[in-house]
Design a protein around this ligand. Structure first.
Ligand SMILES: [Zn+2]
Length: 146
């Protein structure tokens, strides 16, 4: 029996089913052919985040940020670097809390940058404050170890 992993396409939001063994082989979306496991962070809005949380069986790390936030912008390249290091174990996404303000109250976000790690639709852990790539990678690994 093949073990299928469900995951949402970062580009068209279609639900895909990929054999677990192929997650590291640069799988592409069955609908739009975009990379399903990009090694760079992708943008999400609230509706897209909801879809990912509903469908994804691959851990998702979301960077809640805003364009006016200096530390957020400083952290962006570190976040991208961590995404490369953790691919294809974890997918990295960014959500602009200025454009999508409802998300801020829904997740009770009091300060940004804030990263939240989701796995199978549940919040596993959150960490406020700017972090470098090495701290992000070790923080995520520590919380996925259970
Ligand atoms: Zn797609």
């Amino acid at each position: 029996m093949t073990d299928l992993t469900h995951l949402t396409c970062p580009s068209c939001q279609a639900k895909n089913r990929i054999p677990a063994a192929k997650l590291g082989a640069r799988p592409s979306c069955g609908v739009c052919k975009a990379q399903l496991m990009p090694d760079t962070p992708f943008e999400l809005d609230e509706a897209q985040l909801n879809k990912h949380l509903k469908n994804d069986e691959v851990p998702l790390l979301v960077d809640f940020w805003a364009p006016w936030c200096g530390p957020c912008r400083m952290m962006a390249p570190q976040f991208a670097d961590a995404a490369k290091q953790m691919s294809p174990k974890v997918r990295f996404a960014k959500l602009d809390t200025e454009q999508h303000q409802a998300v801020g109250s829904r997740y009770q976000i009091r300060g940004i940058p804030l990263i939240i790690l989701f796995d199978h639709g549940r919040e596993v852990a959150r960490q406020p404050g700017a972090m470098d790539a090495r701290s992000i990678v070790s923080w995520v690994s520590q919380h996925l170890k259970r």
